[in-house]
Design a protein. Sequence first.
Length: 456
Amino acid sequence: MARPSDERQRALDALLGLGNHSTRKSHYPELTMRLEELELAQQRLQQLNDELEQRVAARTDELLEANRNLQQQIIQRQRIEQDLRDARDAAQAANRSKDKYLAAASHDLLQPLNAARLLISTLRERSLPASEHVLVERSHQALESAEDLLNDLLDISRLDQAAVKPDIGLYRLDELLTPLASEFQSVAEATGLALRVRMGDFAVRTDSRLLSRILRNFLSNACRYTDSGNVLLGARRRGDCLRLEVWDTGRGIAEDCLESIFLEFNQLDVGRAADRKGVGLGLAIVERIARILDYPVRVRSQPGRGSCFSIDVPLSLEVPAPVNLLLQQAGTGNPLPGRRLLVLDNEQSIRDSMADLLGQWGCQVLTAGDLSTACSVLQGQAPELILADFHLDHGVTGCEVVNDLRRHFNQRIPAVMITADRSEQCRHALRKLGAPLLNKPVRPGKLRAVLSQLLG
């Protein structure tokens, strides 16, 4: 009878696939090795499992830390974005305050400058002793420099604030160039230069005020930086555009400096400080206006021989009928002597200065600060032209008074509006009135050209 231990051994042998005693005995080493390998594999698997758990735990800690850092970065970014929004709002508020300040300050600064300009211009046209004439000319130059700087700063500020919107219309070329030629004729003569104008029977679609500002800056630079010779203002057709050019026989500009001349406060090295004129904003203003109008500006120059600045303006096939222009040619005559003009301004100093200058030109001048005074001094006879300030006392505008006088005399009296206000609201009111605009301080040459055009 078999023993239980033997039965168990046979069962184990059967389970392990072993046969008789000899076979079993021969497979014990192999079995032992397999068991050891299994044991080692199990230990390795447990080790790998432990390592995996440690890595998962470490990675989880890293992800949690990264998530905390990300949350902190998000919070920090939100704080920075809010700070940037606050800074932007503060900057915009500061810009609005600056614009209001510039508008108010410019009016207060330009009023006395305008009066001084008119007085100096009156003295320049009088016969004075040589010593006094020198003093007057020096005063004129100093005043002109201050005016140019102030006007450029105001213009560049408005352009940078996108406060300038083009008002496109159809204009004859002679309407645009004749007043400029008249204005700069005396400027060129004062510096010993000859100004020539070449214009054809063309018409362009443009903003006359902005285009005139560009050409005025071109002409001003040409007269400033040309020691001798001549300046030419001309036009030539280029496909669908009209190229307006200003040539000079000045010092010229080196090729490596042509790009930088359109930057703010950039001036060419002209050697002595006395030869530097302005603050270098003229061409920066040109570049900004040209960008608004989408007109290409070109410059060609040769050191020692001169420069040519040009701008391409859309050409119109439709040419309007000519208006009554004063052409600065022999035999045209002077239409100003004896003309009866009304000067309307709330500043006594401006009225007196304007009366002196216009009287010097032979005009009969009446002055008033409001509608009732104007009706009183006119004594029932309409003036031939009204020069009015835009802002009068008690919120009344010069446009309102001009319209009242036109209704009172039942005729469309020509008017010129003079103001330091450069806002779009002012321009809109002047378009409705149909009156040309002169910004303070008024340049006498431009004033005379406009008056001659309206009265010619």
